[in-house]
Design a protein around this ligand. Sequence first.
Ligand code: FVH
Length: 293
Amino acid sequence: MTPHSEDKTPVTLLGLGAMGTALARAWLAAGHPTTVWNRTPARAGALAAGGARRADGPAEAVAASTLVVVCLLDDVSVGEVLAGTDLSGKDVVNLTTSTPAQARARAAWASDRGARYLDGGIMAVPPMIGVPESGGYVLYSGPRDVFDRHRDTLAVPAGTTYAGEDPGFAALQDVALLSAMYGMFAGTTHAFALIRRENLDPAAFAGLLTGWLTAMAPAAHAVAAGLTADAAPEEEVSSLAMQVAGTPTFLDTARQQGVSPELLAPYFELMRRGLTERNEAKNPKGLVDLLLR
Ligand code: FVH
């Protein structure tokens, strides 16, 4: 670990799960005086050995630094841990995954207690923390001046992206991005199930799969163009009518391979509705609006 430097902002970190530990390691390695607390004290041992100050409780940890970073399981645990602490004058940065409503309520709750509040959504897994080339970053929303004041410190574990003054915007985009990830995981699970009983090498198939998913990821720009009024219309390359006509091939293949269609069927049903209910044959992006209630 780099020795603590006088000019480095002290950081308090509440929560030393997989992510909190990775964050604390990054700040320690960069020479920030780092105070840590975790409900299960043993998890602070290695960090303390590496130079972190171990607080006996959340109140002591919060008192140690103006910048208080929270990375706990969920919003309920955040409320429990911060309940007995004095937050007046603190800059609280909550990196716990939350709903937008929870983030907005937590911002108001912190403000009532005299704290400034940023909500964050971590777009990284622990091995990406402290590794700039990993591409990991954190979305932040809340007061711009609080973000600017701590930007350099917040940039130590991962890149920073400011998502706006509304404290719910980081959480909203975090959940949206993670939802897309789960869609990808669903497709990946189905794809491996299709080949599972065949004499095919899963590792070789994984290579095909990652290449294909990477090639298709920019399709998000076409969806965005369809949702943006002044965007130039894109040339149609994969009509919805064509895709709906192809769904029996996918469902028949699943049946032939003895695979449940449960992960694929809902999206196929949405495409069918797009075609029949809204005649979206020429606009696959219209499927987005079909989901709105
Ligand atoms: N790890 C990941 O891949 C993702 C990446 C994207 C962002 N998430 C979010 O980060 C938050 C923390 O995730 P984590 O991976 O660190 O989670 P765990 O390893 O399960 O650690 C959970 C910590 O929360 C503490 N905790 C739970 N409940 C309470 C409570 N009631 N009171 C006090 N602390 C609590 C737990 O303490 P302990 O079990 O060690 O005593 C851990 O410190 C999360 O929002 C992800 O969505 C991670």
